[in-house]
Design a protein around this ligand. Structure first.
Ligand SMILES: Cc1ncc(COP(=O)(O)O)c(C=O)c1O
Length: 440
């Protein structure tokens, strides 16, 4: 009672004194907003992207599979949404973690990850919202998280606002982008809150083997580190590769698996993602509560899509998934074969997802000091735009997307060839010799 009296007294006093000393408008923003930024946007906005007006722009930079209209969602899922709109059953609010039927549908869909019930599923506004909730529940100011390099930039965007330090573990390009396990382990300390594993990977298109995932899990188990598994590209694997969910390979390490409709169903704008909580011996009891609390901040995910979710997940024909993966694989092979022939470029064949990383032997392009300068000149001359590796904390590489139509991939490879042939030099002496007019 006394506390309430004290509070009331303070309140009255502050009113009486007219406490504000403001004399003019000044509307500051929070540290949270100030520190939150998208590194890709910052880098791309800093580039001079001026395509050659004589050539149509081929944007190999956009990770949205709907951009070119060549990849369309299955008619079954469009019908499912249409039905929900027409019957008007999902126009209202739902529970903030999602409707039971929708969560149950996800639980059934991800049964391959381990034993999952509807109570283990939280529906979110896309996979990025799922990642946001996972990071927010596990990591706070002064703590650190481990993220892959090269890696998807959103982890940094989400963490830095909270004052959470990002520590980068290396992926090895000459080992199909496997994790440098020793270096990963060396980053862990008492303030490490979580390990993020992206499999299959954006930007690498790599798919970890079962044994490699187990090696990562062993490190997490040894250091009592929960894993956030970004599995938005689940099942996007090319022949010769197999997808294993992180959670299916350990009974000890608690895992939050993040997924959604975005990529596999070709509907990023529908904003439907999810977290699947893989608890071990009730270790995630508080995390489960915390995630439910956090989900209240947005009053739940889009209910229209939730209403359609059981039909979306149950009625999409397996031929749809198979066709999508074989298209991506065909595009990957086409791009890889052509780019491998180009002097100065080193493509790394992906095993899945929808991207390919290409090494730039920058020492053979003496006109350019960085991947940024290289991609800028490429777009200016050939109207082909690739995302520079620096967007993924990985200089001297660039990333291309494989969802663009096949004819555009062929044309882009031809233009890449022309660009590199024009600017490639065996070594710096040769360009100097050229510049001095001693060679033609
Ligand atoms: C690895 C990865 N995780 C998460 C996301 C975000 O997915 P969503 O659009 O469902 O938020 C993306 C999008 O490109 C991604 O590549």
């Amino acid at each position: 009672m006394k506390d309430l009296d004290d509070l009331a007294a303070i309140h009255l006093k502050s009113h009486a004194l007219g406490k504000s000393s403001r004399t003019k408008w000044n509307v500051p923003i929070t540290d949270f907003a100030r520190l939150t930024h998208n590194p890709i946007r910052a880098i791309v906005e800093g580039l001079k992207i001026v395509p050659n007006p004589d050539k149509q722009l081929i944007a190999l930079s956009i990770g949205d599979p709907t951009t070119f209209g060549n990849l369309k969602p299955a008619p079954e899922i469009v019908d499912a949404v249409r039905r929900v709109i027409e019957d008007g059953s999902s126009n209202g609010y739902g529970p903030s973690t999602g409707f039971l039927e929708a969560r149950q549908a996800v639980a059934d869909y991800v049964a391959y990850q381990g034993t999952v019930t509807a109570n283990d599923v939280i529906l979110c506004s896309g996979c990025s919202c799922a990642l946001d909730l996972c990071l927010s529940v596990l990591a706070g100011p002064g703590q650190n998280i481990l993220i892959p390099k090269p890696g998807f930039s959103i982890y940094r965007t989400l963490a830095e606002g909270f004052g959470v330090e990002c520590r980068y573990y290396d992926l090895k390009p000459d080992k199909n982008w496997e994790v440098d396990l020793l270096q990963l382990e060396s980053l862990i300390d008492g303030n490490t809150a979580a390990l993020i594993v992206t499999n299959p990977s954006n930007p690498c298109g790599s798919v970890f083997s079962k044994s490699h995932l187990k090696a990562i899990l062993n490190i997490a188990e040894k250091h009592y580190l929960p894993i956030i598994a970004d599995e938005i590209y689940e099942h996007f694997v090319f022949p010769g590769h197999e997808f294993h969910s992180v959670s299916s390979l350990s009974e000890k390490v608690p895992v939050l698996s993040c997924g959604g409709l975005t990529k596999r169903f070709l509907v990023p704008g529908w904003r439907m993602g999810w977290i699947v909580i893989h608890d071990r011996d009730n270790l995630f009891r508080d995390v489960r509560k915390g995630l439910a609390n956090l989900s209240a901040r947005i009053l739940g995910a889009n209910t229209l899509i939730q209403g359609a979710l059981p039909d979306i997940l149950n009625n999409t024909p397996s031929a749809f998934y198979d066709d999508l993966v074989s298209t991506l694989c065909r595009h990957a092979e086409l791009a890889y074969k052509s780019i491998k022939q180009i002097r100065g470029l080193r493509p790394i064949m992906p095993g899945g997802a929808m991207y390919m990383m290409i090494g730039i032997e920058i020492e053979h392009f003496p006109e350019y000091d960085t991947d940024l300068e290289f991609v800028q000149a490429l777009v200016a001359e050939q109207s082909v735009f690739c995302l520079p590796g620096q967007c993924f904390e990985y200089p001297n590489f660039m990333r291309i997307v494989l969802t663009v139509p096949e004819n555009m991939i062929s044309e882009a490879c031809k233009r890449l060839h022309d660009f590199c042939e024009k600017h490639y030099r065996l070594d710096n002496n040769i360009i100097e010799t050229c510049q001095h007019g001693l060679m033609v």
